[in-house]
Design a protein around this ligand. Structure first.
Ligand code: HPA
Length: 262
């Protein structure tokens, strides 16, 4: 059973580097999820391409609940996700990596909780430290060893998409303390926390955000940048699994005491 999962964002649709890869289909009450499971060194790792195998699912239509529920059902306790992002500052440049440590939520119409009354009841999940500090430390260590520029910490502003932002929105996000802008980390990170799964996000800067970039944005630019990084990112994510402790000392699973799932 995989304990660790890798959710691939834009540009990352296959788990190359894993051995003995097999496909899985997991049925959840939110829908069916297809992915792969393989081995890296001595660990089983599950892989889900968030946008589908051919980037056919836009950020606002991803079935985040099914993806996280499927991983929970499979026994996963740690998720490392990747996400293409725009940078709000010139000191974090395209091609560099940032491990988000906070988010600001500007999504609008996503199913963002497992707790909607009914069977699951109503739970207000703590989100003080949304991204697991232990998983982030493991990724940072792997990044440093590979000589990559991995900025540890940054506030991810999650927009609804699928359109890019206006220059005024970016100006506002910057004023509010945002460092990165993307369309997928929320509610993925929140749902993982609701079921006590440690979650970290490797943000890959593909462009300067709207109004900061000297030119207008397009998705091709994002895909081109991702093409250059994809091999390196896969390596970074998988190498960091070597440094994940099986004994978790973080607070990510504290919620399970409240939900009675521990
Ligand atoms: N905005 C939102 N999402 C993104 C961006 C951006 O500039 N770049 C990559 N994903």
């Amino acid at each position: 059973m995989p304990r660790i999962a890798f959710i691939g964002g834009t540009g990352l649709y296959s788990p190359k580097l894993l051995d003995d890869v097999r496909e899985f289909t997991e049925m959840t009450k939110y829908g069916e999820v297809r992915g792969m499971v393989g081995r890296y060194l001595d660990q089983e790792i599950a892989f889900i391409p968030r946008h589908g195998a051919k980037h056919s699912i836009p950020p606002h239509l991803i079935n985040y609940r099914a993806n996280i529920k499927a991983l929970q059902q499979m026994g996963v306790d740690t998720i490392i996700a990747t996400a293409a992002v725009g940078s709000l500052n010139f000191d974090r440049k395209p091609g560099e990596y940032v491990l988000a440590d906070q988010f600001i939520d500007f999504t609008k119409m996503r199913k963002s909780s497992f707790f909607e009354g009914g069977e699951e009841g109503v739970i207000h999940c703590d989100m003080t430290v949304p991204y697991c500090p232990e998983v982030r430390a493991a990724i940072k260590r792997a990044g440093d060893e590979k000589g990559l520029t991995v900025h540890d910490g940054g506030t991810y502003v999650c927009t609804e998409g699928p359109r890019f932002e206006t220059a005024a929105e970016i100006e506002m996000f910057k004023y509010m303390g945002g460092h990165l802008v993307g369309m997928t980390s929320v509610p993925e990170v929140c749902l993982a926390r609701e079921v006590g799964i440690c979650y970290a996000n490797v943000c890959i800067i593909t462009n300067y955000a709207a109004g900061i970039s000297p030119h207008i944005l397009n998705h091709v630019e994002v895909l081109e940048m991702m093409k250059n990084s994809v091999h390196e990112v896969r390596h970074l994510v998988l190498e960091s699994t070597k440094y994940l402790d099986t004994q978790r000392k973080c607070d990510c699973k504290a919620i399970l005491d409240e939900t009675g799932m521990s």
